[in-house]
Design a protein around this ligand. Structure first.
Ligand code: R5P
Length: 262
């Protein structure tokens, strides 16, 4: 378990840049990921782990690729369904082991009328993953009718940890320190919908300063104007304590096409 956790959260600084490209499991061909390999392969040198589905791993990522995999093991509803995120188990832990993953990710939906289904399925995964020494990342999804504030995120994160999550993935909100302080396991933030690059860098920075160990970011990287430059800038914020302005500056290319930082 500790060995696998160290593949996700880097022991050198206790931080992580997780690249999330699992969106297709409920959003189909998400903008930027239509040809997932073309987008993702150039980003991988700057990611600590890759979070994706079994089908994406099989079809787009060469087996020789040397990057720790966090496998999404929940799903079952699409963006066309009113009960979005009413998810169950979509991958057996036997297959997760066969795929040699470093962790698995499962979405829970605290506060939804079907929360019980997602929480109980989550604990099934935790039980199996514990016996195999595989860390489980709880993805605390937020329904469209739920208030996205520190009180709710702290509630969902703490429940996830109490039920056995090894890492909690949540959203950055004002007062994020409260979320981190009351969660006994490491917290990473999702990026959420695409915003401008500076805002995304500031969110990552503020989350790290509030105690998050890193990001599990997707759209704000692969939908950025320059995804390779953006993931490098995120890397600077997470691993080098760069300010948002310093990281943003690093994305500006000179006339030869080189980034200003190098
Ligand atoms: C959502 O549940 C998916 O797991 C995404 O991987 C996650 O939301 C992170 O991606 P983004 O930064 O695009 O929100």
């Amino acid at each position: 378990m500790k060995n696998r956790l160290s593949k996700i959260i880097k022991p050198k600084d206790g931080r992580t840049v997780m690249l999330a490209v699992d969106h297709g499991y409920f959003m189909g061909p998400t903008t930027g990921l239509e040809q997932l390999d073309k987008m993702v392969l150039p980003l991988m040198p700057y990611a600590d782990t890759l979070m994706l589905t079994r089908g994406a791993l099989r079809n787009y990522i060469p087996p020789e690729t040397d990057i720790p995999i966090v496998l999404r093991v929940s799903g079952g509803t699409s963006i066309l369904n009113d009960e979005l995120l009413h998810e169950g188990i979509t991958v057996s832990m036997e297959d997760a082991v066969r795929l040699n993953v470093s962790g698995v990710a499962f979405s829970i939906m605290v506060g939804a009328k079907f929360e019980r289904d997602t929480l109980l399925a989550f604990t099934e995964i935790v039980d199996e993953a514990e016996s195999l020494g595989i860390p489980v990342i709880a993805v605390t999804a937020v329904g469209k009718d739920m208030v996205r504030d520190a009180r709710y995120m702290a509630l969902a994160s703490r429940i996830a940890a109490e039920l056995g999550a090894h890492i909690v993935k949540t959203y950055y909100v004002e007062g994020f320190e409260k979320v981190v302080e009351s969660c006994p396991v490491p917290v990473v933030i999702a990026g959420g919908k695409k915003t401008d690059e500076m805002t995304a860098l500031r969110t990552a920075h503020d989350a790290i300063q509030a105690g998050a160990v890193g990001v599990d970011m997707g759209r704000n990287i692969f939908q950025a104007k320059d995804p390779v430059a953006m993931i490098q800038a995120i890397n600077m914020v997470v691993h080098e304590n760069a300010t948002p302005a310093e990281a943003f500056q690093s994305m500006i290319r000179d006339r030869s096409g080189r980034y200003s930082r190098r």
